[in-house]
Design a protein around this ligand. Structure first.
Ligand SMILES: *Cc1c(COP(=O)(O)O)cnc(C)c1O
Length: 429
């Protein structure tokens, strides 16, 4: 099995003009390089043999100094790169409309590499709030521990709020990075990516030309509904575990961007040992084939379920993005930045924990589990699960209370999802 097409081949191909549905199915794999196999075989090997000593030297020269344009670099050792990883990265980059992508052992491994590669002691880092628990823990724990000051942005669609946070951060040290999770988990709060990119430009002028990197965690919407790179982000990361993997049977992460941005992450990945293994890469590639199909179905289902919940007397506060009020700054950002509302959102049940638990314990179709983006619909009680370790006052600040439930809508028949919720809601005392 060979590598995916080289960059120059990809650029010369009509890939850029093809639709995601087409790219998702076959891009980056050439059957003639794989015994005619229509699908890429899983290449379970830790190391790769050379036909000659000179070829071994050339492979290492290519890895460390960069391969000459138009020549394939040979594989060396699977922690550096391997065939299943290479084809997954080519296809994922094509779907993201990015020059390059790098896949990691998890979404958190991808975020770890980004923070470690681009922040140094003495820096500050701006971030949206709330953040995914792991990201928050990493930034405020180990990353703060090496001397980086994380500073939260109050409202990332409000220029005054972003400017104030940038002022605060700059007082602590040069701003090395702006990390935006948009939409945020579980509130669906938005960040204006173009505004953050302009903020990075302004900071660059004050920091002697050092421009903070704008990084977007695009896990909630994914590349089909939000393309952060086209709005000025330098890197877009996603947890492959969620929508891209889509079957709740793998853990992985990916980062996309320019070659100049992704290259250092790949080299750091080799040192950290956080590459995605051959079997999981193969599984993730298989998942990508149906990503556009699954995504459309889940999004359509979510619109139906969200409308049902909004109209139900025992439900309040549905955070579905399609319901953002016209004329608000968040709505303007949504209209400009997002091609759809996705299929993960939260709602509040009238009452508190006991009413929420009563609903959860009566559902038959929805599985009660954390995570999101799978073929199956999931539901969880945020305060006692995903946000268990967050102090109650912070939970309230970020809009999570004892009545908050987060749901991720899958690809089942929407009538069954609505019927399941309807009978469970009716049965709440
Ligand atoms: C799940 C998730 C992550 C972490 O991804 P893992 O694959 O679980 O490491 C990061 N950000 C968001 C928004 C997530 O939902």
């Amino acid at each position: 099995m060979s590598r995916a097409p080289r960059d120059d081949e990809a650029a010369a191909s009509p890939a850029a003009a093809r639709h995601p549905d087409t790219l998702a199915v076959g891009f980056g794999h050439d059957p003639q390089q794989a015994f005619g196999a229509v699908k890429p075989p899983v290449m379970l090997t830790s190391t790769f043999a050379y036909p000659s000593a000179a070829a071994a030297k050339q492979a290492h020269r290519d890895y460390f100094d960069g391969a000459a344009p138009g020549r394939d670099a040979a594989f060396i050792y699977a922690r550096l790169d391997h065939p299943n990883l290479a084809v997954l990265e080519k296809r994922f980059a094509a779907l993201e409309g990015a020059e390059e992508a790098a896949a990691f052992a998890s979404g958190m491994a991808a975020i770890s590499a980004i923070l470690l590669a681009f922040l140094k002691p003495g820096d500050s880092a701006l971030h949206t709030s709330p953040l995914y628990g792991g990201t928050h823990g990493l930034l405020h724990g180990p990353i703060a521990g090496i001397g980086v000051t994380p500073v939260a942005i109050g409202d990332a669609v409000d220029p005054a709020s972003v400017a104030a946070a940038a002022e605060t951060a700059a007082r602590h040290g040069p701003v090395g990075l702006i990390f935006a999770e948009t939409p945020a988990n579980p509130t669906n709060g938005l960040a204006d990516i173009a505004l953050l990119a302009r903020t990075a430009d302004a900071l660059a002028e004050r920091q002697g030309g050092r421009r903070p990197l704008v990084v977007v965690d695009n896990t909630f919407l994914g590349s089909l509904l939000q393309a952060p790179l086209t709005h000025g982000a330098d890197l877009a990361m996603t947890s492959l575990t969620k929508y891209a993997g889509g079957h709740s049977d793998l853990i992985g992460g990916a980062v996309s961007g320019s070659k100049a941005m992704v290259g250092p992450l790949r080299r750091l990945r080799t040192l950290l040992g956080s590459h995605l293994d051959p079997f999981t890469s193969w599984l993730a590639l298989r998942s990508l084939e149906t990503f556009p199909l699954r995504n459309r179905r889940a999004n359509a289902n979510a619109a139906i379920v969200a409308a049902f919940l909004r109209d139900h007397p025992k439900v309040t506060g549905v955070s579905y993005l399609g319901f953002l009020a016209a004329g608000t700054p968040a709505r303007a950002v949504f209209d400009r930045q997002c091609a759809g509302a996705g299929s993960t959102f939260s709602f509040r049940i009238r009452g508190g924990e006991s009413e929420a638990f009563a609903l959860l314990d009566r559902l038959q179709v929805f599985r009660m589990a954390v995570s999101l983006g799978g073929t199956e619909s999931l539901i969880c009680h945020s305060a006692s699960t995903t946000h268990y370790s967050v102090p109650p006052e912070i939970r309230r600040q970020v809009g999570v209370d004892d009545s908050t439930l987060r749901i991720s809508i899958g690809i089942e028949h929407p009538d069954d999802l609505v019927a399941d919720l309807a009978s469970a809601l009716d049965a709440i005392p």
